[in-house]
Design a protein around this ligand. Structure first.
Ligand code: ADP
Ligand code: MG
Length: 262
């Protein structure tokens, strides 16, 4: 479960003095259990598309569907992970992991079980009583992942979740995201600026056009799915292909996208 579809989606922001067409004619179907990476120039509407998928923003045209049902608001089994972690600094690691469950009124025993299991899976069990301020950036993002795991989400939406991390921590977390996806089989949609990250984590890679965003190209990436892929010739070739495609789409000229900033 957790299949996601954008059908001819348009989204225009209406401000007091001007309108911004963020998305127009976006068509994309992500199968249940699939892992898709979305890459495109800065400002092309990637975050907008994820917020629409999570039910936090309403589309102005077309439809967004999860498992065939129109998205009208936040959904119990959809988790969203953002670059700035979305942690509450005054709550402990445990309570941050449990946050999504507490909001959703799950029973106390089940909350404890699920939060502790999730913290253990991301290697933070010993830090349950610490506060986010005592954690490194990588550990904070592990905590954000633990929160999504505790929800037992079948649709995991990630908006440049690793962009703020240093290169080694980032690779480590990419490995964690891969392992969790392989173990859980949830639907994964990752927005990233990084060509290598898209190739490491996306079984299909969707290239968006400059704003208003729509699908410019879809790249099949069958080699994805093992940590060793990163070191292979096929991986380098796929990165080179994707870089060329992005250049063709004009994505590289906008400066924000040109390789791995981390
Ligand atoms: P991306 O994530 O691909 O960088 P966004 O989805 O954040 O792009 O933004 C797409 C376009 O919509 C940009 O031009 C941005 O300035 C504009 N935009 C984003 N959020 C708002 C908002 N709340 N109000 C008005 N315009 C917005
Ligand atoms: Mg964005």
């Amino acid at each position: 479960m957790g299949a996601l579809a954008f059908e001819n989606v348009g989204l225009t922001y209406t401000g007091s003095d001007r309108e911004v067409r963020a998305l127009e004619g976006l068509d994309l179907a992500v199968r249940a259990g699939e892992s898709v990476a979305i890459i495109g120039p800065s400002g092309c509407g990637k975050s907008t598309a994820l917020l629409a998928a999570s039910g936090l923003l309403k589309v102005t045209r077309g439809r967004v569907l999860v498992d065939g049902d129109p998205v009208t608001g936040p959904r119990l089994k959809t988790a969203l992970i953002l670059q700035d972690f979305g942690l509450l600094p005054w709550k402990t690691v445990y309570h941050n992991a449990a946050l999504g469950l507490e909001i959703r009124r799950v029973g106390a025993a089940q909350i404890h079980d699920r939060a502790m299991t999730s913290l253990a899976r991301v290697g933070l069990a010993d830090f349950a009583d610490a506060f986010p301020g005592e954690l490194s950036g990588g550990m904070r993002q592990r905590l954000a992942v633990a929160r999504a795991l505790a929800l037992e989400a079948d649709l995991l939406l990630m908006d440049e979740p690793l962009s703020a991390l240093d290169a080694l921590t980032r690779e480590d977390l990419q490995g964690l995201l891969l392992d969790i996806w392989l173990q859980n089989g949830h639907t994964s949609v990752l927005v990233t600026h990084s060509i290598e990250e898209a190739v490491f984590l996306g079984r299909r890679i969707v290239v968006l056009s400059p704003r208003p965003g729509r699908v410019a190209a879809v790249v099949d990436n069958p080699g994805m799915g093992e940590r060793e892929y990163r070191a292979s010739a096929a991986f380098y070739e796929q990165c080179a292909n994707l870089r060329a495609l992005l250049a063709e789409e004009g994505a590289l000229q906008t400066s924000a996208l040109g390789g791995d900033a981390s």
